[in-house]
Design a protein around this ligand. Structure first.
Ligand SMILES: *[C@@H]1O[C@H](CO)[C@@H](O)[C@H](O)[C@H]1NC(C)=O
Ligand SMILES: *[C@@H]1O[C@H](CO)[C@@H](O)[C@H](O)[C@H]1NC(C)=O
Ligand SMILES: [Zn+2]
Length: 491
C-alpha cells in the first residue's frame, strides 16, 4: 500500500476524525463557567462524617443529579437505606446518583465513579481562607473537596457536556456512579453494587476512578492501592485502675505488657517481625524495579514536605516500593492510656492498642488475622503475665492491583501524551480505596485510576486546593481518554 492510499484510508474511514482541537477550545472558552460550578459545589458543606450536616449532603446529591440531568443524562437517585447512629436512632444515607449517556451497543461503555462528600473542615483548623468559599490564589482554587473529589467529578461531567455542546457523538457510552459517603467508608454502596451487578453494571466494560493524585508535576496513572488490616489488642488486668505508689512493684502492669508485645511487631529498620507476613509479599521483579527507576520523584522535597532529615530508605526505588508495594505496621494509639498534659501516677487496668498493617499482593487479610493473633499470643505467653490479652481484627481491606499494560492503561498513556506531551508516571497508592477492590470483585470489570489532582493538593488537610491548570487540563485529559478508550478493539 502506498502512502497516498494510506492517507485516503485514514481520511475516508473517519479514523482521524477526532475533533480534539475544537473540544479543547471549548474547555478554554468555558473555564470561568466551569470554575463557577465548582464554586457552587464547594459552597455546600457535604461533610459525611457530621450527621448535623446531613441535609447539606442530601442537597449535594440533588445538585449532582440536577447537573447530570441538565447535561442530558438519564439520572436515578438510588436509595441505599439508613445509617445507624451510636445512640440507637438512624438517619437516611445520601442517595447514590447514577446516570447514563448513550446506549449504543456498538460502542464501549465506561462507568465513572466519584464522590461529592468531603472531610470535615473549619477555618479554625488553620485554613488561610474559608474552606467552603472557593478562593482563587495564584491559579490555585482553594476549598474543601476541591481536589477530593468535587473538581474531578465535575471535570467528568463537563467532559460529556463539551461533546454534547459541540454536537459531537460521545465515542463511548458513559455511565456515572456518584456517592456521598466515601469519606466515612462508603456506607451502603457495597450492597448497591452487589444489587445492581446484573442491571446497571451489566453493559459496563470498564470502570474509571479519578479519586487520587499525581506523584509529582508529571501526570500519572495509578495501578495499585494497598489494603489495610486494622487491629485492636486489649490487655486487661486488675479490676480497676491502681495507684502506682501503692500498688506499683506488686502487679504486672497491663500497659507494660502491651508495650512489650507492640515492640515485637516491627524492627526499628522497618522489618516486620510477624512470621509469615514478609514471605507472602509478591517479589519485586526486575521490570518493576526499572519502572520505579523511571518515575519522577524527588526524595529531598519529600523529606522537606514532611519535615524529616532521614527516611527509612535513601534511594528512590526502595522508598517508593515501601510506600506502595510492601506491607508495614503503624501503631496509632492506646485507648485507656493516660495522655493528658501533666502527670498522673496511675496504673491503667485495661489498655487497648490500635495498630494496622497495610496489605499488598499476595497477602490475605484472613491469613494475616491469624498470623498476628497467634504471634502476639505467643509473644505475650513468654511474659508469663496473669493479665488477659485479646486481639481482634476490625477492618480487613484487601489491596487492589491492575495490569499497567492493559489496554485501559495504554489508552491512558495515549491520552496523557496527547494533552501533556509527556509519558505518564505509572504509580501506586500507599493508601486504601476499598471501592476499587469491591468493583473488581463484584463486577469483574477492569478498572483504571486516572487522577487529575496535583501532588500538593492537600487532600484531607488544611488549605485543600486544585489548580486551574489541573482542573482544565484534566478535563481535556478525560475528553481525550474517552476517544482513546473507543479505539480499544473488542475482543
Ligand atoms: C441521636 O443522635 C442524633 C444526632 O446527634 C440526634 O439528632 C437524635 O435526636 C438522637 N436520638 C436520640 C433518641 O437521642
Ligand atoms: C475478644 O474481644 C472480642 C470483641 O470484644 C470478643 O467478641 C471476643 O469474644 C473476645 N475473645 C476472647 C477470647 O475473650
Ligand atoms: Zn476521595
Amino acid at each position: 500500500m502506498n502512502s497516498i492510499t494510506l492517507v485516503c484510508l485514514l481520511l475516508c474511514t473517519g479514523v482521524s476524525s477526532f475533533r480534539f482541537e475544537e473540544l479543547t477550545q471549548y474547555v478554554n472558552s468555558h473555564e470561568e463557567e466551569f470554575i463557577e460550578t465548582l464554586r457552587q459545589w464547594i459552597a455546600v458543606e457535604s461533610d459525611s462524617s457530621d450527621v448535623t450536616k446531613r441535609s447539606d449532603l442530601h442537597r449535594m446529591m440533588d445538585m449532582t443529579a440536577e447537573k447530570l440531568r441538565l447535561v442530558g443524562g438519564s439520572v436515578e437517585m438510588v436509595d441505599v437505606g439508613t445509617q445507624a447512629l451510636p445512640n440507637g436512632s438512624s438517619i437516611a444515607l445520601p442517595k447514590v446518583v447514577t446516570a447514563r449517556f448513550g446506549e449504543d451497543p456498538s460502542k464501549r461503555t465506561v462507568c465513572v465513579y466519584g464522590h461529592v462528600d468531603v472531610q470535615p473542615a473549619k477555618k479554625e483548623d488553620g485554613w488561610a481562607t474559608d474552606p467552603y468559599e472557593l478562593t482563587d490564589i495564584d491559579g490555585n482554587l482553594y476549598g474543601r473537596g476541591a481536589s477530593d473529589n468535587k473538581a474531578p467529578v465535575l471535570a467528568w461531567i463537563h467532559t460529556v457536556e463539551v461533546y454534547k455542546a459541540l454536537n459531537i457523538d460521545l465515542p463511548v457510552n458513559v455511565k456515572f456512579i456518584i456517592e456521598g459517603m466515601e469519606e466515612t467508608g462508603s456506607n451502603g454502596l457495597d450492597d448497591m453494587i452487589v444489587a445492581q451487578k446484573d442491571s446497571f453494571f451489566s453493559d459496563v466494560d470498564y470502570i474509571i476512578i479519578s479519586d487520587c493524585v499525581w506523584l509529582s508535576r508529571r501526570p500519572a496513572l495509578t495501578y495499585g492501592t494497598r489494603g489495610n488490616c486494622y487491629f485492636f489488642a486489649k490487655v486487661e488486668g486488675p479490676k480497676k485502675d491502681l495507684h502506682s505508689g501503692v500498688y506499683g512493684g506488686t502487679v504486672m502492669e497491663p500497659m507494660t505488657d502491651l508495650i512489650g508485645i507492640l515492640d515485637k511487631l516491627i524492627s526499628p529498620s522497618g522489618k516486620i517481625l510477624i512470621p509469615g507476613v514478609r514471605e507472602a509479599v509478591a517479589h519485586l521483579s526486575d521490570e518493576e524495579w526499572k519502572m520505579y527507576q523511571d518515575i519522577e520523584f524527588d526524595l529531598e522535597s519529600y523529606k522537606s514536605e514532611i519535615g524529616l532529615s532521614q527516611l527509612m530508605y535513601s534511594n528512590k526505588v526502595d522508598l517508593l516500593a515501601h510506600r506502595w508495594r510492601h506491607p508495614t505496621v503503624s501503631i496509632h494509639g492506646i485507648e485507656g492510656a493516660f495522655s493528658s498534659p501533666g502527670t498522673k501516677t496511675v496504673i491503667p487496668a485495661k489498655v487497648i492498642a490500635k495498630f494496622s498493617i497495610r496489605q499488598v499482593p499476595n497477602m490475605d487479610p484472613a491469613v494475616v488475622e491469624k498470623q498476628v493473633t497467634d504471634y502476639l499470643h505467643s509473644v505475650f505467653a513468654k511474659r508469663k503475665s496473669p493479665n488477659k490479652l485479646n486481639v481482634t481484627m476490625v477492618i480487613g481491606a484487601k489491596p487492589w492491583l491492575a495490569d499497567p499494560k492493559h489496554p485501559l492503561y495504554e489508552a491512558g498513556k495515549a491520552a496523557v501524551k496527547r494533552v501533556f506531551a509527556v509519558e505518564p508516571d505509572l504509580i501506586r497508592e500507599g493508601g486504601t480505596i476499598p471501592i476499587a477492590r469491591t468493583f473488581q470483585d463484584v463486577t469483574g470489570k477492569s478498572i483504571i485510576m486516572l487522577p487529575i489532582g496535583g501532588f500538593d493538593d492537600g487532600l484531607h488537610s488544611q488549605n485543600e486546593k486544585i489548580s486551574r491548570y489541573n482542573y482544565m487540563e484534566g478535563t481535556k485529559l478525560f475528553i481525550a481518554y474517552l476517544h482513546e478508550v473507543s479505539q480499544i478493539k473488542k475482543y
